[in-house]
Design a protein around this ligand. Structure first.
Ligand code: ADP
Ligand code: MG
Length: 292
């Protein structure tokens, strides 16, 4: 390919929905050898849908959904939206929550109709002093399908489970293939469960999976890889991803995600299409040849 100027590269990027913040972001992109990607909203559409509700105690599915939705109305997490929407579609009673609290990377809790309710992953249940052991087999059946399983505790009893599915974006598989062809290693870092993460990664040929990582740990992973001499691009969409995006050599935000993610990033993919990373890298290398 013919060398192009940085201005030309930025212009061509913009036409394709790849917004490059400055010359530095472009130059660094040319040297990247490892791409770290968040799962939800980056590899997947970020529009999860409620698919399953399971009662594990003497409670109806409708009551479980009513309690879950009451809590999730207070959360801005994409999973919360899926649960509220699913509960409303199924006609669950509308209740209000008090003493609402969100626990980053784990779940939500509060009081609903005088009962203490918690909803989240196994770590969230452990924090409430509950063991998910008896329900793990059922949860695994959902995780192996790439779904996210969440537990519901009511008054210190494991009362149920919900599962949501978030489809992989149409262009993700091709983007990963082309990034591999460009010589990049692709690592998924997600707060989600190991089995769910592996199910999604397996479909996409992702090289390595770090599951169950809290937002701070995503940043530490990047710091470690950079100390080992790697040049890192990090792609993410969430408020949670902002520290990791800022820590990477190049932060890549989904234009479909949170504003703070975009503020922390050197490159923004307007439509959230990962083929934009392939394009950014080609433009970066073409303009680098021109500098040298
Ligand atoms: P990701 O890295 O996929 O964006 P998070 O770090 O935000 O994930 O969350 C990790 C896990 O914590 C989720 O997979 C889910 O099990 C649980 N969790 C987080 N927030 C919520 C919530 N509002 N409701 C239920 N579960 C939640
Ligand atoms: Mg995310």
């Amino acid at each position: 390919a013919t060398p192009i100027s940085i201005t030309t590269a930025a212009g061509r990027g913009a036409q394709a929905g790849v917004l490059i913040k400055d010359a530095e972001a472009l130059e660094r992109m040319a040297a990247v050898d490892t791409l770290i990607v968040d799962k939800t909203g980056t590899l997947t559409m970020g529009k999860p849908k409620l698919t399953n509700t399971v009662a594990l105690a003497d409670i109806t599915q409708a009551d479980l959904l009513s309690l879950a939705a009451a809590l999730e109305r207070g959360s801005e997490h994409p999973l919360a939206e899926a649960i509220v929407e699913g509960a409303e579609t199924k006609g669950a009673n509308r209740q209000n929550a008090a003493d609402f609290e969100a626990v980053t990377g784990k779940g939500v809790r509060g009081k609903v109709g005088g009962r203490s309710v918690a909803l989240g992953n196994a770590a969230m249940m452990r924090e409430m002093g509950l063991d998910t052991g008896a329900a793990e087999e059922k949860a695994d059946t959902f995780r192996l399908e790439g779904k996210t399983a969440m537990f519901i505790a009511v008054d210190d009893v494991l009362a149920g489970m919900v599962a949501v599915a978030d489809p992989i974006k149409d262009s993700t598989a091709q983007a990963i293939r082309e990034l591999h062809a460009q010589g990049l290693r692709v690592i998924m870092a997600t707060g989600d469960n190991e089995r769910t993460a592996q199910a999604v990664a397996g479909k996409l040929g992702i090289d390595e999976v770090r599951a169950g990582v809290l937002p701070e740990a995503k940043k530490e992973l990047i710091d470690q890889l950079r100390r080992d001499g790697h040049k890192i691009a990090m792609a993410g969409d969430g408020v949670n991803d902002a520290p990791a995006l800022a820590a990477a050599d190049v932060g890549i935000a989904m234009g479909t995600g949170a504003d703070v993610a975009m503020e922390s990033a050197g490159i923004t993919l307007l439509g959230g299409d990962l083929m934009g990373i392939v394009r950014a890298r080609k433009l970066a290398r073409a303009s680098l040849r021109n500098i040298k």
